[in-house]
Design a protein around this ligand. Structure first.
Ligand code: UGA
Length: 444
């Protein structure tokens, strides 16, 4: 099948490479000339494990080529995947201008085929697009939300746990099934608005799980329970399950924060007060600043306090710092005039932060920790979690305060290395022998 993918970000580039691997003939299209030039010269502008190889292989087999929008003159394909961004507007609503302009552009190119919407758009959008932009065009609109996790996007693409198809046109549904031929997953065939809601409800539910467990962790700190055991104990109930019960400094990234806010905005504009969702956002906004409150408690004024921030990306396995808790934390630390160093194995500081010139991004973990008084682990990269913590401890100065914002380190080990360790929901003393975390006598 000839397919075009419009928008070569995370979703679009993975989709383009994977569809080509599945034997389709794929045009990758973007309006960013620099991005297209990079793909053409064999470079992949984002860090996603396996993506480079996937794209190289597709290009080598002549099943994938890249075009700037201005270069596309003829037929885009039997199926056109829309994978452009839907960033938040000031109100939290999804900005649909890129989606609309992509669809308008497609209608100037061809008058038949299927538009497969992979961009995350609020429920109701597809029906409006079909009724307005596509009316009389001969193009069929199908919603096909994606559930790719950054860092695992390729595995998720080839082994999805479901394929959602929002369309009431049986022919179109069959074309989508042909597109995914060879991929083994249950299909949910439904109408467009329901398909759109499945995507938002899934992300919002996972975000709710995270904020819920974070609140349980915060309360555990107050009453002396140990969150690791609470999560584990809960997870054994198959109705609850083990995933997304890891307490920490909250969720980030380009999806959860944006989608939760957009769903809340959708609720508001439909005269529906989605109170649970509001609470999810409030908890998450506060959670990412917990390390700041802990540092203030420990040091009083943060002026001149030397802090090392370990991890910038919103989670390990990606270089993505969009809405990353670490970025918010660093901004606050800079305002309070702490001396901040930061390290991430893949990510770099967002450009507006570099301009501040007040954060030193180091090339190595050891350089980052050297001479600091406090460390804050914000992203649980294996390179950080499995580092030589005995050596790290030697380079950190008293009070050797270590905030483990992802509960990724062994509290006992850290204590033995001389750190004054503080996790999230793990701070209680003496309540369970495996988790006893005390003040480091040496650090006092
Ligand atoms: C998320 C969804 O998991 C995908 O299914 C979806 O397709 C994607 O958004 C999207 O809408 O495009 P992603 O943003 O890559 O994927 O990130 P996740 O792996 O879901 O993690 C999100 C955040 O939650 C991270 O900051 C992570 O650190 C945090 N998290 C996750 C926790 O704090 N605790 C947990 O137990 C799990």
């Amino acid at each position: 099948m000839q397919v075009s993918v419009i928008g070569l970000g995370y979703v679009g580039s993975v989709t383009a490479g994977a569809l080509a691997r599945n034997g389709h003939s794929v045009l990758g299209v973007d309006e960013d000339g620099e991005k297209v030039a990079m793909y053409r010269s064999g470079k992949v502008p984002i860090f996603e494990p396996g993506l480079r190889e996937l794209i190289d292989d597709a290009v080598a087999h002549q099943r994938l080529s890249f075009f700037h929008t201005s270069e596309v003159t003829d037929f885009l394909g039997d199926l056109i995947v829309i994978a452009v961004g839907t960033p938040p507007t000031e109100t939290g609503a999804a900005n649909l201008s890129y989606v609309r302009s992509a669809i308008n552009w497609v209608t100037t190119k061809q008058a038949h085929g299927i538009i497969l919407m992979k961009s995350t758009v609020p429920p109701g959008t597809g029906v409006r697009i079909s009724g307005n932009l596509l009316r009389g065009s001969g193009l069929e609109y199908v919603s096909n939300p994606e559930f790719l996790r950054e860092g695992q996007a390729i595995a998720d693409w080839f082994h999805p746990n479901r394929i959602i198809v929002g369309s009431e046109c049986q022919e179109a549904v069959q074309v989508v099934k042909d597109l995914y031929q060879g991929i083994d997953a249950p299909y949910v065939i439904t109408d467009v608005t329901t398909a759109e809601m499945i995507k938002y409800a899934s992300n919002a539910f996972l975000a709710t799980k995270i904020s819920f467990i974070n609140e349980i962790a915060n309360l555990s700190d107050k009453v002396g329970a140990i969150i690791d055991d609470v999560s584990y104990g809960m997870s054994l109930d198959p109705r609850i399950g083990p995933s997304f019960l890891k307490a920490g400094v909250g969720y980030g990234g380009s999806c959860f924060p944006k989608d939760v806010r957009a769903l809340d905005n959708l609720a508001l504009t439909n005269d529906h007060n989605f109170e649970v969702l509001r609470a999810v956002v409030t908890v998450n906004n506060r959670q990412r600043l917990l390390p700041l409150f802990l540092l203030r408690q420990r040091f009083g004024s943060l002026t001149g306090v030397k802090v090392g921030v370990l991890g910038l990306a919103f989670k390990p396995g990606t270089d993505d710092v969009r809405d990353a808790p670490a970025v918010d934390l660093i901004n606050c630390l800079v305002v309070e005039e702490a001396a901040v160093k930061a390290f991430d194995p893949q990510a770099v500081l967002p450009s507006e932060m570099k301009m501040l010139g007040k954060v030193q991004l180091t090339d190595s973990l050891l350089d980052c920790v050297d001479g600091t008084q406090a460390l804050v682990l914000m992203t649980e990269w294996p390179e950080i979690v499995e580092a030589n913590w005995a050596e790290i401890a030697q380079r950190v100065m008293p009070p050797k305060y270590l905030i483990d914002g992802r509960n990724a380190l062994d509290p006992q080990q850290m204590f033995l290395h001389g750190f004054s360790y503080c996790g999230i929901g793990r701070r209680a003393r003496g309540s369970m022998k495996n988790h006893v975390v005390g003040e480091c006598p040496k650090a006092k």
